[in-house]
Design a protein around this ligand. Sequence first.
Ligand code: PHE
Length: 434
Amino acid sequence: MEENKRPSWSSYISFIIAAIGSAVGLGNIWRFPYVTGKYGGAVFLLTYLLIIVFICAIPLCLELALGKYFKKDTVTCYENISPKLKWFGLLNLITAILIPAFYFVVGGWIINYIWLFLTNNIPSDFSVYFSTLNSNPYVPCILTFLFLFIVAIFPFRGVNKGIEKANNFMMPTLAIALILLAAVALSLPGAREGLEFMFKPDFSKFSKELILTALGQALFTLSIGMGAMVTYGSYLNKEVNIKKSAYTLIFFDTLVSIIAGVMIFPVVFTYGIEPTAGASLAFISLPQIFLNMPFSIPCAILFFLLLFFAAVTSGISLMETSVACFIDNFKMTRKKSVVVLSLIIGCLSIPSALSFGVLENFKIMGKTIFDSLDFLTSTILLPFNTLLICIICGWFASNIVKEAFGEGKFAGLLKFLLRFVLPVVFTYALIVGL
Ligand code: PHE
């Protein structure tokens, strides 16, 4: 009876679009260009490509296979492997609740910037504007709640009527906006320099830190290590090929990241800002530059709309992961789960929304609450959860490994990497991260 009630994707394409929607997010459009900038451009890109294809593809396949095999939420999937692993499923759930607590704050800023450019209410100095915005004790929270509310609508409406519909509309729109903006960027005088920076490797920039950052970026961008792909995999039908789906997902996710770089670096080099300008790139440097560019306002609106769609579709998968856990474990209805989860995320996000203003000086080990949450999830929990899924599946769940990789030589290589190489890589990443 309960089996019949579980939703499933209405088509394979809908699944792929939704999974790409989860993967393509702020990680690709906001974070990827600035970490690529910080770690020397092309060398970073090259390392990242190797890592995503040979390392991160493996846990991605496992997560999708785990969901597809058991057709349950993350907590129950791990519990089904062994009742002793329930705590590990819960750790995934906690990670899925903690990420929105800072991710949605950025979503709130995006809404604010779209509004600014739509109403032509443009400040003359974005650096001053951004800090004034964040020093207000209410506005950042209200913006975060607004973003949360928008995201919550889709899991509330369900997998087919909400999640699929949102992704089917937002992802193609995102692709068009991205291509248009990249075309404008390529027409700028700094285009050549920007492209060289991105594609011509300077191997002297290679470092240990670069490898770890590339690994962290790859996990975050593929939404691995917190159950999102387990959840999306659990709505799949029997005949889907997991390995093929995972590589399709990786292909499109990486393509979006590269086009985002092609869109941003020419701008950065034309207007002479530091490619390493960090997180403030999207909210301070770029908006300032937009004002001097051809088609300034439409470009700015398009850019923030692009960020908005990317953040919403990822936010949906973050929420759906927890919603599925609430439904399956606590026997709540979908609607009630979404409401309860929204209240939890809403409360948790207040301190991080205020950590650029009112709570600026409240630091945990030298980091603001926002940065601490980012660090705790991206640098510790995602690699830790990924390490465990590799060990659990690689050594104790051969049925999942078979579901994930299928048969053949390449499957053999993946299995070898899974059992012997990945545990070492992720343990090392965790130790250095800590
Ligand atoms: N992959 C998303 C991004 O790149 C973020 C995310 C992480 C979404 C984990 C879901 C789960 O922005």
